[in-house]
Design a protein around this ligand. Structure first.
Ligand code: SF4
Length: 316
């Protein structure tokens, strides 16, 4: 995959000095690792809506479902200005064909999860979402979104990047005159990946694809896309991966020798007991796939859902 994937990012995470205090929140994982694969589209909603650097700090206030964006010392309300900006900016982002957005945690404009919202008594509840992050999620409900802080957790990071690549493959699929036959191929390649995230969705999507031959194309693609995003948002746990690994072993059963079966099941069991990371059983599976040239497994995205150089499965 030569082309870099376009991903929106809170500008201060790239090291840009756009914060209220004139500083930044440079995140090295984003700029030194992910930047090799992603082309970032930076957005600082506070500066781009017309506020200066430096500026008075702000927080969210009032109803956590519809908070106001207010300066902390002089109580100037910037909500309307920010909302106007969000309308224009999210419309503009439709042309960028983003495959994900990485937000700065805790920010009243950019924070995605558990942002503090202050009540009249001055007590804060961690129940809010930054106004710009809300606008992005509302306009692009299927887009993979995450916060930089959570990307330091190996499981969340692997899950998010897997979703980004899956979203990217789906967008590429849509761009190349998708038809029923191509959807069947897309679904077939993603079967094991879907099984690792949600066996329930895999079954539902299998029924949808089977029934889809007689459905209007756009309706079929829309329903498939929604289920795909829903499934990929569910985490691939150790238990679900073990299920997939045994499924692969079952698929191999007529090829593998007795010793190879024993070796593979021992490695899967070690992974199930958290003694080794996912990359170990998958490396062995990859070896057997190459040795026995099984075309169904060779095509499975599950075996390489993102660049191996990111080493995401060495830690899950
Ligand atoms: S958190 Fe968002 S609004 Fe605040 S400085 Fe960073 S990009 Fe700008």
């Amino acid at each position: 995959m030569e082309e870099k994937i376009k991903v929106g990012v809170s500008s201060c995470l790239l090291g840009n000095r756009v914060r209220y205090d004139g500083g930044h929140k440079h995140d090295r994982y984003i700029t030194d690792v992910l930047a090799n694969y992603f082309q970032f589209v930076p957005v600082c909603p506070e500066v781009e809506c017309g506020l200066p650097v430096p500026r008075e700090a702000m927080h969210l206030k009032g109803d956590p479902d519809q908070p106001r964006l207010v300066t902390t010392r002089s109580s100037v309300d910037h909500t309307d200005k920010m909302q106007k900006f969000c309308d224009v900016k999210t419309r503009e982002l439709e042309n960028e064909q983003l495959c994900a957005f990485i937000f700065k945690k805790d920010s009243p404009s950019s924070g995605l999860f558990r942002v503090k919202v202050y009540g009249n008594s001055g007590q804060a509840q961690k129940k809010g979402r930054g106004l710009f992050a809300s606008a992005v999620v509302n306009r692009f409900p299927l887009l993979p979104v995450e916060e930089e802080g959570r990307l330091h957790d190996a499981n969340l990071r692997e899950n998010f990047i897997e979703r980004v690549y899956c979203y990217y493959r789906w967008q590429s699929f849509l761009e190349h005159e998708p038809d029923y036959k191509k959807l069947v191929q897309f679904h077939t390649r993603h079967k094991l990946q879907l099984m690792a995230h949600s066996p329930k969705h895999l079954a539902q999507m299998g029924r949808l694809v089977a029934a889809g031959k007689n459905m209007p194309r756009d309706q079929l693609l829309e329903q498939y896309q929604e289920s795909l995003a829903e499934a990929m948002a569910l985490k691939a746990t150790v238990k679900k991966n073990v299920n997939v690994l045994y499924h692969i072993m079952g698929h191999f059963k007529t090829f593998l020798t007795g010793d190879e079966k024993t070796e593979l099941s021992e490695v899967i069991e070690k992974y199930a007991r958290f003694m080794i990371p996912l990359v170990v059983p998958l490396t062995l599976v990859g070896h057997y796939v190459r040795k026995y040239k099984d075309s169904y497994l060779q095509d499975q995205v599950y075996l390489e859902p993102h660049p191996a150089e990111l080493m995401l499965r060495n830690h899950v």
